[in-house]
Design a binder for this molecule. Structure first.
Ligand SMILES: Cc1cc2nc3c(=O)[nH]c(=O)nc-3n(C[C@H](O)[C@H](O)[C@H](O)COP(=O)(O)OP(=O)(O)OC[C@H]3O[C@@H](n4cnc5c(N)ncnc54)[C@H](O)[C@@H]3O)c2cc1C
Length: 393
């Protein structure tokens, strides 16, 4: 088959691109991934004990974007699920983001003064970043800021990233807001859910068009070569003149010519326990104690009923692909210096009109699933709208 498009990476970005190209734009597509499964970081599967787990950490679909929610609903029904995250501080379990319940549970001597100060200075139900609260001149609010900083934010970010939080410009993996209410939901979005039969099943439905061929367990470097100087793409040693969509690491694509973009990785360890539930909440984070940062119990997220349960420990670690194939890039370490380095790579992409660079690894940033999907829709529509029948636009 002659491919109009070759897509590197079968994560949600590559899968959405393949689906749109085949179903909307009538293109022939080859989707390549080095993993032995589709779905990238959003992949889920039933483990040996029959529990549906997310291989790369808990993924909750949340959005206010009607278009993306309607689009994905073509391929799945949903289990509505409002994620709640709690934090274990000295064996007291409190909601995160920090809210009025968290204040009551941890700052018993000052809780009333702090709550009054918050309700006087801000609007009830507001969710505010910690940095915004730092601007307040009220000493009770400053006490709260110091408490959250010292007990949650600083140790947790240090544990996840392995560097001083001061150096990091964009933090992912912990919501550092303060919610001025008793609302314990982690996200405030209108739609919060997981696909009823899991993400992988949703992705399989997205890829059902016979014009999509999938090649797993293939590193693109083994079948595609890029002549960076002459801006040519070779596929199986022959020049390929179709379009390439690349969703892998941008620094790898350019042979690390300016150096490596640093990431942090996570080792996930799963354990099935012979009891109905292991803990009281889907995810509990541990900013201060233990080497792991989080324990997730998937049955709370998926709504599955079973006599046993699977829990997952998250151990943050350095990113180094030489360790083993499970050591993958999770969190970009976005410091000023690394941002500059990324911009240099981004500039190089402009010289390759045959190639579209998309997804979290090409943008060196955290993208929620809804943002990743919307981005693909926007880019392909910009590039190909002239091919759609006017009446459908
Ligand atoms: C711990 C964690 C939790 C998250 N939780 C949420 C959440 O709750 N809700 C939410 O909306 N978002 C969440 N996200 C973000 C979500 O994972 C991303 O939106 C999504 O993964 C982006 O998809 P992508 O296709 O751009 O990248 P990826 O999923 O990383 O896909 C890239 C694909 O490219 C492949 N690839 C890379 N290099 C090569 C190569 N050399 N050859 C062949 N293939 C290659 C990879 O194997 C991978 O399959 C979370 C992210 C992390 C890290």
């Amino acid at each position: 088959m002659e491919y109009d498009y070759i897509i590197v990476g079968a994560g949600i970005t590559g899968i959405t691109a393949a689906e749109q190209l085949a179903n909307v734009y009538d293109k022939k597509v080859l989707l390549i991934d080095k993993n032995d499964h589709i779905g990238g970081n959003c992949y889920d599967y039933y483990d040996e004990s029959g529990i549906l787990v997310h291989k790369y950490g808990p993924h909750i679909f949340h959005t206010n974007n009607e278009e993306v929610y309607s689009y994905l609903s073509l391929f799945t029904t949903w289990n509505v699920y409002n994620h709640k995250l709690v934090c274990n501080i000295n064996n007291t379990v409190i909601p995160v983001p920090f809210n009025l319940i968290s204040i009551d549970k941890t700052m018993q001597d000052d809780n009333q003064k702090i709550t009054t100060a918050l309700l006087t200075e801000y609007i009830v139900n507001d969710t505010l970043p910690l940095d915004k609260l730092k601007e307040s001149k009220n000493p009770d609010i400053q006490k709260l800021v110091s408490y959250v900083n010292e007990n949650i934010y600083t140790p947790y970010v240090k544990k996840i990233y392995g560097v001083d939080p001061e150096k990091i410009c964009e933090v992912d993996g912990v919501n550092i807001n303060i919610t001025i209410s008793y609302d314990c939901r982690y996200y405030q979005d209108k739609y919060q859910a997981v696909p009823s039969n899991g993400y992988t099943s949703m992705f399989e439905n997205m890829l059902s068009n016979h014009n999509i061929n999938i090649l797993l367990e293939h590193d693109y470097n083994d079948i595609i070569s890029i002549d960076l100087e002459n801006k040519k793409v070779y596929f199986n040693d022959e020049e390929y003149t179709g379009q390439l969509i690349f969703t892998g690491m941008i620094d790898e694509f350019f042979n690390y010519c300016y150096g490596k973009l640093p990431y942090r990785s996570i080792v996930y360890m799963n354990e099935t326990v012979d009891q109905i539930h292991f803990q009281e909440n889907a995810s509990i984070i541990y900013p201060n104690d233990y080497h792991f940062t989080e324990i997730t119990e998937y049955k709370y997220i998926t709504g599955q009923h079973a006599r046993n349960t699977t829990i997952q420990f998250a151990f943050p670690t350095d990113y180094n692909p030489k360790y083993d194939e499970t050591n993958i890039p999770y969190y970009p370490i976005i410091t000023e210096e690394n941002r500059e380095l990324f911009r240099k790579y981004e500039k190089l992409t402009e010289k390759f009109p045959q190639i579209t660079f998309m997804g979290r690894l090409c943008n060196y940033k955290h993208l929620n699933m809804d943002e990743a999907v919307q981005n693909v829709h926007d880019v392909l529509f910009r590039q190909l709208k002239h091919e759609i029948d006017e009446e459908y636009i």
